[in-house]
Design a protein around this ligand. Structure first.
Ligand code: ATP
Ligand code: MG
Length: 400
């Protein structure tokens, strides 16, 4: 016997009307995409939940992929059997014996098919007795069991599920529009991207690259991070902006203390241009309050002035150790700490202004014409689309 289904619960109660339908279709599409390396797996919708029919694929491997999909509340491995007392007994016994760390259990039968001759309550006893008399070391605990064995007798078949595994929660990626993630290669911005995706937002990324001051390896690091983000959603398009000339101009012409503020304003201006072109309605950064000079309230105020697009900052209230924890959990940390310089670290002034003033920045910027340099940067953008293939190829290599 082997688990042949995965039951997916998606907490739809919070969603109503049209939203619910969009949500469910998006979730099913996203699941299909995540499971593309399991060609025989089939995703079915039934009232208020989904099933993945494994058709011979390894249950644990498929489960692992499903656990990367936003919009899933919880998951369980399930066995499908005929509505037949003996088959149900055998399957329940198998499920109990194949659970780990279980000493106490409880059986919960739900009889939806009223044609089935044994009523729910009676079936609870029948199965409980069967399990106890065919095993040793287990006891029944109806209040706090280690395992609740759920048996759902539906018209088409009976499903037996054992432990409930938490999903990632959130909303299916693609159900809340798209954002342009400013992706630096540090620890914070990939986490910000992940958290935005959690709320159903699709992500495109923009990276400011300053060769030869920043290396190819620094760029590759950003692409590797973007590749990781595809594990949680669709493909990720990365816009790589040639930023050297703009940065050199800023640091040659602008007062050193204001260099950081002006550089960030240029980044936002270029990002807004990309948003317009790609019909993206917001930007996202990895800023958190108080971390560094550019992340004071005054600084955010002075930087944000150049755009009226919403700038999402999912990390704004988080401590660094909370951010690092997420970064490790989503397997980004080791990439983020690769020691390659970012354009911000190379051109960083010795003592940047921590309380920049809008009026001053505008005065400085008015002394020189940046429009051509911005235009050149926008025109020089290289677009790289990551599809998540790299991971699959790696998995394939491992098999050889
Ligand atoms: P991170 O860990 O994401 O690099 P940080 O703590 O180093 O963040 P800053 O250097 O102040 O913070 O950058 C703030 C935000 O600006 C980043 O989180 C990122 O969203 C954006 N950013 C900084 N540098 C770049 C870059 N080279 N390309 C794209 N976005 C950038
Ligand atoms: Mg950084």
């Amino acid at each position: 016997m082997q688990y042949d289904h995965i039951l997916i619960r998606y907490g739809e109660i919070a969603l109503k009307g049209k939203n619910r339908k969009t949500f469910i279709i998006q979730l099913q599409n996203n699941l299909r995409r995540q499971l593309k390396s399991f060609p025989d797996a089939v995703i079915k919708r039934t009232q208020g939940r989904m099933f993945v029919l494994l058709n011979g694929h390894d249950p644990d491997q498929v489960m692992e992929k499903c656990q990367h999909v936003f919009g899933i509340q919880s998951l369980s491995l399930a066995l499908k059997v005929q509505n037949d007392e003996t088959e149900i007994k055998d399957a329940a016994l198998w499920a109990l014996k194949n659970s780990t760390d279980v000493r106490t259990f409880k059986v919960s039968v739900k009889r939806i098919d009223k044609q089935f001759p044994i009523r729910s309550q009676d079936m609870n006893h029948v199965l409980g007795k069967h399990l106890l008399s065919n095993t040793t070391g287990y006891t029944v605990d109806v209040h706090h069991p280690d395992l609740e064995l759920k048996v759902e007798i539906r018209t088409e078949a009976t499903y037996i599920t054992s432990s409930v595994v938490p999903g990632l929660g959130g909303l299916p990626v693609g159900s809340s529009g798209k954002t342009l993630l400013m992706l630096s290669g540090g620890i914070d911005s990939p986490v910000a991207g992940y958290l935005t995706m959690k709320r159903g937002v699709e992500v495109e990324a923009i990276h400011f690259h300053s060769p030869p001051f920043t290396s190819e390896r620094a760029k590759q690091k950003v692409l590797d991070l973007a590749e990781k983000l595809t594990n949680y959603g669709n493909q990720v398009k990365v816009h790589v902006v040639p930023f050297t000339k703009l940065q050199q101009h800023i640091f040659r012409e602008m007062p050193e203390k204001y260099g950081m503020t002006i550089m960030r304003r240029m980044m936002l201006r270029v990002s807004e241009r990309v948003c317009r072109k790609e019909s993206i309605l917001s930007m996202t950064t990895g800023e958190s309050l108080g971390q560094v000079a550019s992340q004071t309230m005054e600084s955010m105020n002075a930087i944000n002035e150049v755009t009226n697009y919403p700038v999402l900052r999912p990390l704004v209230s988080m401590d660094k150790d909370e951010i690092i924890k997420i970064s490790r959990d989503i397997d980004m940390y080791d990439i983020s700490i690769r020691p390659y310089d970012d354009c911000c670290t190379i051109f960083v002034p010795k003592s940047p202004k921590t309380r920049p003033v809008r009026e001053k920045v505008n005065e400085f910027e008015a002394q020189t014409d940046f429009s051509e340099l911005i235009e050149e940067a926008v025109n020089g953008i290289e677009v790289i689309t990551l599809t998540g293939k790299a991971d699959e190829e790696k998995e394939f290599d491992d098999l050889l």
